[in-house]
Design a protein around this ligand. Sequence first.
Ligand SMILES: Cc1cc2nc3c(=O)[nH]c(=O)nc-3n(C[C@H](O)[C@H](O)[C@H](O)COP(=O)(O)OP(=O)(O)OC[C@H]3O[C@@H](n4cnc5c(N)ncnc54)[C@H](O)[C@@H]3O)c2cc1C
Length: 498
Amino acid sequence: MTGLSGEKFDLLVIGGGITGCGVARDAAMRGLSVALVERDDFASGTSGRSSRLIHGGIRYLEQGQLHLVHESIRERQTLLRIAPHLVKPLAFTWPIYRGARVGKVKLSAGLLVYQLMAVGRSRKHSTLNAAETLEREPSLKSAGLTGGAVYYDACTDDARLTVANAVAARELGATVMSHTRVTEIIRDGSKAAGALARSQHSGESREIRARVVVNATGVWQNAFDSDERARRLRGSKGVHIGVLRERVGNREALTLISPVDGRVMFCLPAGQQAIIGTTDTWTDEPPETVHASASDVDYLLRSANAYFPRAQLTPDDVVSAWAGIRPLASTQAANPSAVSREHSIVTDSSGVINVTGGKLTTYRSMAAEIVDRVQEALGREKKAAPTDSVELPGADRPKEIARLQHEDPALSKPLVEGLPYTGAHLVYGVSKEMAQDLSDLLIRRTHLAFETRDHGKSVAPRSADIVAPLLGWNDQMKRARIREFEEDVAHMFAISKA
Ligand SMILES: Cc1cc2nc3c(=O)[nH]c(=O)nc-3n(C[C@H](O)[C@H](O)[C@H](O)COP(=O)(O)OP(=O)(O)OC[C@H]3O[C@@H](n4cnc5c(N)ncnc54)[C@H](O)[C@@H]3O)c2cc1C
């Protein structure tokens, strides 16, 4: 680990999910000296396991969370503007069936409010009759279909949006480290003064001194809370499955009400795949190894089959299944779906600023609020950064990948036939997106591990050969990295019986 000895940063951010990376970018843009430390890869936690939506959150209207919807719609428009290469508009069809919990009148009223909140910032929704709904999505069940609506939100690449914030922070002068775990908060008396951090690869430990510490470790947060009082987090597990889109037949995105429990769920297009999700159940599973269970998969298949009867999906159709944990404010609520997705920022008695909850969509405004607190703690005047107008890095990726392929035609060969990933994507991931190992590359800089039944195991050796010269791996290191990758995908994509 270089560049840390003797240096005292204004801010140490622990955790390189979307929250921590967003905070690091905002703080660096305000001119603070910043260190960002992530135990594994950026977005290896919840931020790389989301539904990949940048959305107003229409379902929150039902719960009366108008503030969250308003903020989310504003942020959706901001992200479409500052990251058009990572955030794209997406049309959703919401079919309505006779006797549905959300009927025509309720949906029209909800979409009208949604529209009014986005006035001038979104394409207008429209209502559909049954024939129009089927024209948009011919694979839907026709029996009982009374109509529907089409409305507009946006989708993203969650992991690369997170990485883009880390890259931006680094370009602005922040010291940004992945694969480095904070093992302990250092205190001067009772006040937090930095942390001890250990490199995952070298095992070397260093002290990182900082005037202010932000704990953005998401579901890991409780591990660092010095105050019992401040332990305010509970995890809710969300599972997605990926199946071949030609099996489901969806053309675009669909918002559906699960016939199993009446929850809002999505069927989303992702290249050749349809992603179906999600579940929402309290969990105590460790976030490092959280994965889907057979009953999670069964719930999602039963829900989807009710809408796409011709598909009759079975567990054999599942190309991959994965889980993430939502960090939610601690509550006794029986049903996690009822818990607010608003964030909370709590400074504990040692001065550590802890962040709980939030959404991928609202990360930028949440980061600005956190950095206001940091400036307050530093005794400096609050000075907003133009994070809503400066473009996020990475727009040049297609051009850079084409250049790499032109210079070395071997890098044009698809890693897996039929998928849009080549050796050049891996080289770009290492050289521009701070990827350090095969999981970073095959799970998060590309989505190859989600989109193949073996989760990328068969291309791991070839991928290791391509990036070894860039990462300085010898044969022994290559073998070790392949083994670690196999362990990572075995944890992430396992489907347990219970
Ligand atoms: C199933 C599911 C679907 C979702 N879908 C959406 C969606 O479509 N749209 C949306 O807006 N939101 C969505 N969300 C919510 C959103 O994904 C989360 O709110 C957000 O990703 C949380 O980010 P975070 O940075 O707080 O946490 P994380 O992404 O978990 O980041 C915390 C980081 O801290 C690191 N860390 C932990 N301990 C240490 C340590 N000791 N030292 C250093 N680093 C450490 C972890 O490795 C991790 O990378 C979804 C959530 C789930 C679970």
